[in-house]
Design a protein around this ligand. Structure first.
Ligand SMILES: [Zn+2]
Length: 168
């Protein structure tokens, strides 16, 4: 099931049967039935065949696509407090390398102030940096101490080792 079909395939003022909706969207009719039974797609079930208003179907697909987009946004971090993805407060996050290919992105939730963490691929960092400011290791000291109380020890020379990450 790759992605959600485009709402543009549906005509707002047309009435669709399950078959017609499935046909128009290139999906199995069982999929459309599942949308109605489990996912909240509005349909007239008072008689057979069930009828779906084009406007309702468009709405439904639009919301599902928006959801998928939110989940996939690389620069958003999921907030356990808000139970939804958030853009980092001040559009600022800190990245620390953890393995050769991945690192930890840390930021503050703009809504509730929670600390947000997310493992990201090193390769995705450039994409993330197009959206928000990302400090690699040597971050805003205030944010660093907020995010990780143990890192208060800034006297260690290792904190400023060779800056081989050419990101900024
Ligand atoms: Zn939050």
């Amino acid at each position: 099931m790759a992605g959600v079909p485009s709402p543009n395939r549906i005509k707002t003022h047309q009435i669709y049967t399950i078959w017609e909706a499935a046909e128009a969207l290139g999906r199995h009719r069982q999929t459309v039935i599942r949308w109605i039974k489990d996912k909240g797609l509005i349909a007239d079930q008072s008689r057979v065949p069930w009828l779906i208003r084009g406007a309702d179907l468009k709405d439904f697909l639009g919301h599902r696509r928006a959801k998928v987009r939110t989940r996939l946004a690389l620069h958003h971090l999921y907030c356990l407090g808000c139970k939804e993805p958030q853009e980092p407060d001040g559009k600022f996050a800190e990245y620390s390398q953890q393995t050769a290919t991945t690192g930890m992105l840390k930021a503050l939730c703009p809504a509730c102030g929670c600390i947000l963490n997310k493992v990201v691929k090193r390769a995705d960092l450039e994409v993330i940096r197009a959206k928000i400011e990302v400090a690699v290791q040597q971050a805003n000291p205030r944010l660093v101490s907020l995010l990780d109380p143990r890192s208060n020890d800034t006297s260690t020379p290792e904190a400023s080792t060779h800056d081989k990450t050419q990101l900024g």
